[in-house]
Design a binder for this molecule. Structure first.
Ligand SMILES: [Zn+2]
Length: 269
């Protein structure tokens, strides 16, 4: 995969680019309890998406995977710096990297293993303190990825003083805010972006596969299911209320509140 643009969205003064960095390969049916899988179409490849926000004086990245750490059939994907440069985004211009949660496929691209250097050297990186403690990932953040959950890239940033927890200094610009959405991990957060009265939500891993959007009781086995379902309900209501657009980390489509048929579980106040 060579990092195609999945979506390009204009939101007021902002331009939002969703970039497919590569794919991860997994037996997705193993993510869910067998008795929940009545209607499940098996998926083995999931795109990994990062989102870039640009606007006047603004260059922000949401999530950073290094897909070279998830090779498929010997196909070597591009590194994140090259993928971004190919679409005209300069990694050194990025001033904030928002990490939605402490799972490896969302943060492993903050550090380049070949160059032993930060991929976004001029950026403050921000992660929830719930997913980070004593200089490494918390146990609950590491659980999902098992052996793949190497916290090394984040530990490098932490040692260099480039990682902020919960809030960052200077703060995020107006129109970009983080919303707690626990479930996937304790510190999982989604990003609300707004400009000129329009709103867009990057929901990260609130939903991973289409089956979950249609059946929001379907939760991966590592998740805190009651917390995840509550987060799904609250975020969906906010999206409907704002008539917003939204997308997720592993689903390359943009959904619109006015066109998406939310299951009643999610839409009920
Ligand atoms: Zn993920």
């Amino acid at each position: 995969m060579s990092g195609p643009i999945a979506q390009q969205i204009t939101l007021g003064e902002l331009s939002i680019t969703a970039l497919i960095l590569g794919e991860i390969y997994d037996r997705v049916e193993d993510w869910f309890a067998a008795d929940q899988l009545s209607d499940f179409r098996s998926i083995s490849r999931l795109p990994v998406i990062c989102l870039h926000i640009s606007g006047p004086g603004l260059s922000i990245l949401i999530d950073a995977c290094d897909p070279r750490q998830y090779p498929i059939n010997g196909v070597e994907p591009l590194d994140i710096q090259t993928s971004l440069r190919k679409i005209g985004i300069h990694p050194e211009d990025i001033t904030r990297v928002i990490l939605t949660h402490g799972h490896h496929d969302h943060f492993c691209g903050v550090w380049d293993l070949d160059r032993e250097a930060a991929n976004f050297p001029n950026a403050r990186h921000i992660l929830s303190a719930q997913d980070w403690g004593n200089g490494t990932l918390t146990a609950t953040a590491q659980m999902a990825d098992g052996s793949a959950a190497n916290p090394g890239p984040l530990e490098k940033l932490w040692q260099m003083g480039l990682l902020d927890l919960d809030t960052c200094d200077p703060p995020l610009p107006p129109g970009v805010s983080l919303i707690d959405a626990a479930g996937e991990t304790k510190g999982h957060r989604v990003v609300r972006i707004s400009s000129n009265g329009q709103a867009f939500y990057f929901l990260a891993d609130l939903f991973h596969v289409p089956a979950e959007l249609n059946a929001p009781d379907l939760c991966p086995i590592w998740a805190d299911a009651p917390a995840l379902k509550q987060s799904r309900r609250l975020l969906t209501q906010a999206i409907i209320q704002a008539n917003a657009q939204f997308m997720c980390s592993h689903l390359p489509e943009v959904f619109s509140a006015d066109r998406f048929n939310f299951p009643s579980f999610l839409g009920e106040p």
